[in-house]
Design a protein around this ligand. Structure first.
Ligand SMILES: [Zn+2]
Length: 337
């Protein structure tokens, strides 16, 4: 990895390049999809843990095996939960584990103008509306099998004016221009289809506190960075139809998707900061062991010996068989679609 430039400089570089290449990159992604562009997009809510290592490994190896680029994007759009210190830790961890990335690190917290622009384009076509429902009111709403609130559309026809604040902004799935039936062919999980109105309802694009929602940010970023292939943990499998509906509304390309199995603890819970997952080990032998475990979880054939993390990754790229993931069981949540 290149030494990290001072964060401000890095951001300026990334943004000035974005401004001129925005249209080009979206077009390029739509037209050709020839050159593979992948990405790893961690949220700096804590250091990387074993679960994030699995996602990083799968996306890195798939990109390099396809002679592609591998970008790193810091998903710090949630300003309440994300911290710069965690970002620095994550970048250090990626380096220690041998993941060399291409280009500048992009930071969502510095990309508000692009999210605002996308939201504006949707609003101009009346594909959004303002919502003043309180957390308390929404707590009574129906929840989907993943535990998410299915927004009942309370404010859809209320025409909440721009003067009323705070208000969230939601995507109007009932608008005739929106196709709320989204499906995609995941490289591991096969065909995933979702009726968005029933499964999640009009979802939030901008929160009442002013932060842009993950779904909007990720769609804008993937399009602008020309990402052709999204490889990430299966915990995001059922976010994908929302992102596809937004991609269509914004007329940007839909990447290919590969969702990798997620690591769980002994209670069967997804490893995360909430389940107190440990930070990745720093001792060299433990790092190699963690890579080995992650590789095993990805159903890959064993790598006999590697002297360093970089050597491990070189071998992994050479023997990567993504088709081994296609034998995965249907995602339990997908059965409820
Ligand atoms: Zn509402």
């Amino acid at each position: 990895m290149k030494p990290l430039a001072a964060p401000r400089d890095a951001a300026r570089l990334a943004q000035s390049r974005d401004a001129t290449e925005f249209a080009q990159s979206c077009d390029a992604a739509q037209l050709a999809q020839s050159r593979y562009v992948g990405r790893f997009a961690p949220s700096p809510t804590g250091p990387l843990h074993f679960g994030s290592l699995v996602a990083a490994l799968a996306s890195y190896v798939d990109a390099r095996a396809n002679d592609g680029q591998w970008l790193v994007r810091i998903e710090d759009v949630d300003t309440q939960r994300c911290k710069r210190e965690h970002e620095l830790t994550i970048l250090r961890q990626l380096d220690a584990y041998g993941f060399d990335h291409d280009g500048e690190v992009l930071r969502q917290s510095e990309r508000g103008e692009y999210y605002r622009d996308a939201l504006h384009r949707l609003a101009m076509r009346s594909l959004t509306y303002r919502c003043v429902c309180s957390r308390k009111t929404l707590a009574l709403a129906h929840r989907n099998p993943e535990g998410e609130i299915v927004y009942p559309g309370t404010c859809r026809d209320a025409a909440v004016s721009a003067e009323v604040s705070p208000a969230a902004v939601r995507f109007n799935l009932s608008h005739r221009e929106v196709n709320a039936a989204a499906s995609f062919d995941d490289r591991a999980y096969g065909l995933i289809a979702q009726q968005l109105r029933e499964a999640v309802g009009d979802f939030v694009l901008r929160r009442a506190d002013g932060d842009f929602a993950y779904q909007l940010a990720v769609v804008v970023d993937d399009a602008q960075q020309g990402v052709t292939d999204v490889v990430r943990g299966a915990d995001l499998l059922l976010n994908t139809p929302r992102q596809i509906a937004l991609q269509r509304a914004l007329s940007v390309a839909t990447p290919r998707y590969l969702h990798a199995p997620i690591a769980t603890n002994s209670n069967g819970e997804k490893l995360s900061k909430q389940t107190r997952a440990n930070a990745l080990p720093e001792r060299h032998d433990e790092q190699l062991a963690a890579l080995r475990d992650a590789w095993h979880l990805l159903r890959q054939t064993q790598i006999e010996s590697a002297a360093s993390t970089r050597e491990f990754l070189r071998q992994a790229v050479a023997i990567w068989q993504p088709e081994r993931l296609a034998a995965l069981q249907i995602h339990p949540a997908a059965q409820n679609l």
